[in-house]
Ligand binder design. Structure first.
Ligand code: MG
Length: 258
């Protein structure tokens, strides 16, 4: 009986202590106010946008081709770019070979317009206006006339060549101008030479998203699988493809570093 009394008393004391703890007042966080999640600095730089109708360059862009000359371009051996400039456009000179920008770039936003001339139906698949935009001289975004021209899908216009097909086919007909807006995030490498972060690319073709922040697996290889090669900033390279079709043209090329 005595034992029971002691036990009951102990339980009562414990319950009392627990109750006291529950009712003890601690400081409460300040109530959130709108200003607590607003910051004012640094203010983003002011950029004057280009003209929307003509896709002209914004004020902070580097103009790579404005229709007048190839002063921003060179061959891969650093000799003068030998493509033909006429009527505000540059046309591939297949004898001159690839050309690349003199400047190198990391992550960027690139605007480039291209036009495949009308040609006969004897030119098919990859032999119809083949060119390409190489990002950092490593990764090709395919340029090709795929208006009613089928080819392997990871080699058609808007593909990351031999890797990822475009989400849709947004081609304009031969003779019309196609527009690429390419948003590219450069890779980061580990010390062992593998990717810590792979390169990524968004491609908008004639206003239509065809690559959505797609991971690039490695270098563009015609034969074999992509390779991982350590690199830093690199030029934009435009391909002079050896296909027998009439040469394609480019115009209005500008880039913004990011
Ligand atoms: Mg190509």
């Amino acid at each position: 009986m005595k034992k029971q009394l002691i036990l009951s008393t102990a339980l009562l004391l414990l319950a009392g202590a627990a109750l006291a703890q529950e009712t003890k007042e601690y400081p409460k966080p300040e109530p959130m106010k709108p200003k607590m999640t607003e910051f004012w600095t640094p203010q983003p730089a002011i950029v004057t946008p280009g003209d929307q109708a003509t896709c002209s360059a914004p004020s902070d862009a580097i103009v790579l081709f404005d229709g007048k000359d190839l002063s921003a371009w060179e061959k891969q051996d650093h000799s003068p770019a030998g493509w033909d400039v006429h009527d505000g456009v540059m046309t591939v000179n297949k004898k001159a070979g690839n050309i690349q920008t003199k400047e190198s770039f990391g992550s960027f936003q690139l605007h480039i317009e291209w036009c495949v001339p009308p040609m006969g139906e004897e030119f098919k698949s990859q032999s119809r206006g083949n060119s390409g935009v190489y990002l950092q001289n490593m990764y090709e975004i395919q340029v090709l006339d795929n208006f009613k021209n089928e080819t392997y899908v990871n080699g058609q216009a808007g593909s990351i060549y031999k890797q990822t097909p475009p989400l849709v086919n947004a081609m304009r007909a031969p003779g019309e101008w196609n527009v690429y807006d390419i948003i590219y995030t450069a890779p980061v490498f580990k010390e062992d030479g593998s990717y810590l972060y792979r390169p990524r690319v968004t491609v908008i073709h004639n206003g239509v998203v065809v690559q959505n922040n797609t991971e690039i697996l490695g270098t563009t290889e015609y034969i074999g699988v992509p390779k991982v090669k350590v690199h830093g900033d690199g030029p934009i390279l435009l391909q002079s493809h050896g296909d027998p079709s009439p040469a394609i043209s480019f115009r209005n090329i500008w880039i913004r570093r990011m």
